[in-house]
Design a protein around this ligand. Structure first.
Ligand code: ZN
Length: 167
């Protein structure tokens, strides 16, 4: 399957639209952080011009992936839905500084070969919580990790093993 690559300025000028439905396994970076490859994202990219005539892109991602719950370490289906507008800029120095960004508008360098999947993947990674967990009271820490904060626990397990071996 060939995923869309677009000339961003032409795309905006022509008010073009691409839509695709992409399995998680196709995202090179995402696939490294998921619990398993189950999941799918619907992506759409739309070109337009804003009220000042600047070329813009509107990205929409909607889908889910399966991550590891940071409480129970079991699989967790993480739903991500996001919309973001980009205004295309010609030069690197025109990229907005972090903090200058208004609402959900970002600046993006013009690219004759814009990788739509890569752009969507950036957005998905941005929306991922640092420590995803199931809902409140929906799961528990596995028992064996109960004293994970006890620095001695690893050593006491080791010494138990040592003792067992000596018997
Ligand atoms: Zn959980």
């Amino acid at each position: 399957m060939e995923w869309p690559v677009v000339d961003s300025v032409q795309f905006a000028k022509q008010h073009a639209v691409v839509r695709c439905s992409v399995p998680v396994s196709e995202f090179k970076r995402l696939v490294q952080v998921v619990h398993e490859e189950r999941g799918n994202f619907d992506i759409s990219l739309e070109g337009f011009e804003d009220s000042e005539g600047s070329y813009c892109l509107r990205l929409h991602v909607d889908g889910f992936m399966t991550v590891t719950c940071q409480r129970c370490l079991e699989p967790l289906a993480l739903q991500i839905t996001s919309d973001r507008d980009f205004v295309l800029v010609e030069r690197e120095q025109d990229l907005m500084q972090l903090g200058d960004e208004v609402d959900d508008i970002e600046s993006l360098l013009v690219d004759q070969k814009l990788d739509v999947l890569g752009l969507a993947e950036d957005e998905i990674m941005l929306q991922m919580p640092m420590a995803p967990v199931h809902g409140e009271n929906k799961c528990e820490r596995p028992r064996w990790s109960g004293d994970v904060h006890n620095e001695n626990s690893a050593f006491s397990v080791l010494s138990v093993l040592e003792n067992a071996k000596d018997r």
